[in-house]
Design a protein around this ligand. Sequence first.
Ligand code: NAG
Ligand code: NAG
Ligand code: NAG
Ligand code: NAG
Ligand code: NAG
Ligand code: NAG
Ligand code: NAG
Ligand code: NAG
Length: 387
Amino acid sequence: MLFPLLSKLAAVIVVALVIHMIEAVYGSSAESDHLALLEIKSKITHDPQGALTSWNDSLPFCQWRGVTCGRRHQRVTMLKLRGLGLVGSLSPYIGNMSFLGYINLGSNQLHGSIPPEIGRLYRLRSVSLFNNSFTGEIPANISSFPKLTYLDLQFNKLSGKIPNAFSSKSRIIELALDTNHLTGGIPPSVGNLTFLEILGLTENQLEGSIPDSFNQLKNLRIIDLGVNGLVGAFPSFMFNLSMLEILSFSENQLQGTLPSNLCLSQPHLTWIGFGSNHFNGFLPLSISNCSQLEVLTLPNNYLKGEIAVDFGRLQHLNKLSLAANKFGSKDRDDMNFFSSLSNCSNLEILDLFSNQLGGVLPNSLGNFVGGPRHQYHLHMYLDLQRN
Ligand SMILES: *[C@@H]1O[C@H](CO)[C@@H](O)[C@H](O)[C@H]1NC(C)=O
Ligand SMILES: *[C@@H]1O[C@H](CO)[C@@H](O)[C@H](O)[C@H]1NC(C)=O
Ligand SMILES: *[C@@H]1O[C@H](CO)[C@@H](O)[C@H](O)[C@H]1NC(C)=O
Ligand SMILES: *[C@@H]1O[C@H](CO)[C@@H](O)[C@H](O)[C@H]1NC(C)=O
Ligand SMILES: *[C@@H]1O[C@H](CO)[C@@H](O)[C@H](O)[C@H]1NC(C)=O
Ligand SMILES: *[C@@H]1O[C@H](CO)[C@@H](O)[C@H](O)[C@H]1NC(C)=O
Ligand SMILES: *[C@@H]1O[C@H](CO)[C@@H](O)[C@H](O)[C@H]1NC(C)=O
Ligand SMILES: *[C@@H]1O[C@H](CO)[C@@H](O)[C@H](O)[C@H]1NC(C)=O
């Protein structure tokens, strides 16, 4: 009699112990969420708006400011503390809130490293630590989360390499690592991100070339890799990515030519920026078909030949910079394209400085100076040699 009862009791105790151990190891319970939030608060050294005063035991933690819990379970699913002026560091206990799907701590003054424990939150869908002062490396395995769609770490002081762990199962749509101190090459596994629409790596110290794997990024709409140390040939397949709206690689050391069919298979282009690189060759006539184009900046390259583009259909054109190239042949016909610009009623910046353009300013200049908008806004930089 006694023996089976004892063994039943023992089994119950063992099960309870195992559950307790699992929870202890993985930190997975409502109480561990509660504790994690208190730890997060304890690492905030300055809270100028008193944003975290509600984080006290007079309210259940699911009702604390910026905290959202799931309906059925009392587990934290969202942590949203954006732009509250919080100063401090991010507690590693955040890695215990295993139901977290959404983290937005953008525009505070958090410093220290991004705790690697964040790499335990495999339910994460969206992470923004935008505009803080985080240092150290990007936790390597954050890139391999199965559900992550949005990762915004822009405007921090992150260093080291971009982790090369992007899986083809990843669902990342936006990856924004701009304005940090990242070094090394762009990892080829970024090409695995076939859902990617926005890639921002601008203003880092990235080097090496653009990986061939990027030809798989068929959904890419915005790519900004400007202000880095990228070298090598600009891959021509980039001009085949038909969803592209913003193509920006300014201030690198890339070599290449603009294809003669530019814009024809990329009807959505609004921004073409290749300034301060080593591009050569000619300005494609097909640009006249880029009817959505707002910005065309190609200064400081080795582009040459006649500017023969008909700009008349580029109604949205706002900035045109072809400065510091070798356009023109000091001929009086060099400025013939100019009259087509008179249709560009949104043009605010026109920079043709330091080329070999000859001729005289055509009469159509009057259309600029007299126009209601241009009168105040159009800045022109020309150094025509008069003959
Ligand atoms: C939570 O995380 C911290 C630090 O990462 C750890 O020390 C602690 O044991 C974890 N577990 C619980 C239940 O808080
Ligand atoms: C605790 O939070 C409640 C609710 O926001 C707030 O009214 C109260 O002032 C807080 N108490 C302390 C001691 O900060
Ligand atoms: C960045 O955060 C600071 C406060 O820390 C804020 O003043 C600034 O507007 C933020 N910048 C952007 C671009 O949101
Ligand atoms: C990521 O790294 C953390 C800390 O090193 C670890 O606890 C976690 O299990 C890792 N996550 C994945 C998905 O590999
Ligand atoms: C792409 O992801 C797969 C796993 O999904 C991995 O085996 C492969 O190495 C990745 N490709 C690159 C170029 O890293
Ligand atoms: C771009 O697309 C065209 C037509 O679809 C194809 O002929 C060409 O090989 C492609 N170029 C690259 C570099 O992928
Ligand atoms: C503009 O596109 C049309 C049709 O898509 C094409 O016939 C024409 O040649 C293109 N213009 C230039 C200058 O490439
Ligand atoms: C200016 O734009 C109008 C309307 O889009 C168009 O009909 C006209 O042909 C354009 N003019 C030039 C010089 O391209």
